[in-house]
Write a protein that binds this ligand. Structure first.
Ligand SMILES: [Ca+2]
Ligand SMILES: [Ca+2]
Ligand SMILES: [Ca+2]
Length: 265
């Protein structure tokens, strides 16, 4: 900490004296600092070079000490944010995405679902490409349950990386994937709710079937919403598969009226 010299400033007829205190910390400083200043100490102004000969400080001839009102400062609490880590500028799938497709065929074959996320990074602070490792990710689910883990990270291009999960994200839950754990984490939440063509956190036979009919008409729905059977196309077979998901069929438990909680992101 360093103090700058006091400055004299004339405001009307009354000289005022101001002080500035500068707090200098190292680049990686973080946490809470409490700065307390004692009452003004004027004793040092009574000796050289502030003695009677120091006329600039005593323009009206009165001792400088007589015109300083000792002050008592409240302690100042400063919370320093930790150093900047990497930041994620884009996640794919985007946070809030809900996969409405089946998680397997009704007979249990062809298990499928989101099993990776892509993240585009801006490096900063202490964070470099070497920090983009599986250990930098945490994965949880809501409702709580067994979550996949990040098993590997591959470079897609530029500063876009793919975090590969150990399994597909579980059905009827949010999966929350966070990079760059404390103190500067970035998270994405992806849901899986088979039958939720609307992506509104609720499976409803009437509303989601109606939405799928619109998808068939307009072909403007995202694949993860309208391609219930994961065929790569949205067509009437998806309407049949939606019925299987709603009512239960083979390995499918009935998913009508299933809901997701609010996203944890
Ligand atoms: Ca970050
Ligand atoms: Ca819905
Ligand atoms: Ca399809």
């Amino acid at each position: 900490m360093a103090g700058t010299p006091f400055h004299r400033c004339d405001l009307g007829m009354t000289p005022r004296y101001f002080g500035t205190v500068k707090l200098k910390v190292s680049d990686d400083a973080a946490g809470q600092f409490v700065v307390c200043l004692d009452g003004s100490d004027i004793t040092h102004m009574q000796g050289p070079p502030y003695g009677p000969d120091f006329s600039y400080m005593v323009p009206d001839g009165a001792p400088i000490a007589a015109r300083i009102i000792p002050m008592k400062f409240e302690c100042l609490t400063i919370n320093l944010a930790p150093p900047k880590f990497c930041d994620v500028t884009e996640w794919v799938p985007a946070t809030g995405t809900i996969d409405g497709r089946q998680i397997s065929n009704p007979d249990g074959t062809n298990p499928a679902g989101f099993n990776s996320v892509d993240l585009t990074l801006v490096f900063g602070g202490d964070c470099t490409s070497e920090d983009v490792t599986p250990a930098a990710f945490t994965v949880t689910t809501l409702p709580a349950g067994t979550a996949p883990s990040v098993t590997s990270v591959t470079l897609v291009s530029g500063t876009t990386y793919r975090a590969n999960l150990s399994t597909t994200i579980p059905a009827n839950k949010w999966t929350k994937i966070c990079f760059d754990p404390s103190p500067d984490e970035d998270c994405v939440c992806i849901g899986s709710l088979p039958g939720d063509v609307q992506g509104n956190r609720a499976v409803n036979a009437t509303a989601d079937a109606e939405r799928l009919r619109q998808c068939l008409d307009t072909q403007t729905c995202a694949e993860h919403q309208g391609d219930l059977n994961r065929s790569g196309a949205i067509n009437p077979r998806d309407l049949i598969r939606l019925m299987d998901i709603l009512n239960g069929a083979g390995n499918f438990d009935p998913n009508n009226l299933q809901t997701l909680p609010l996203s944890p992101c």
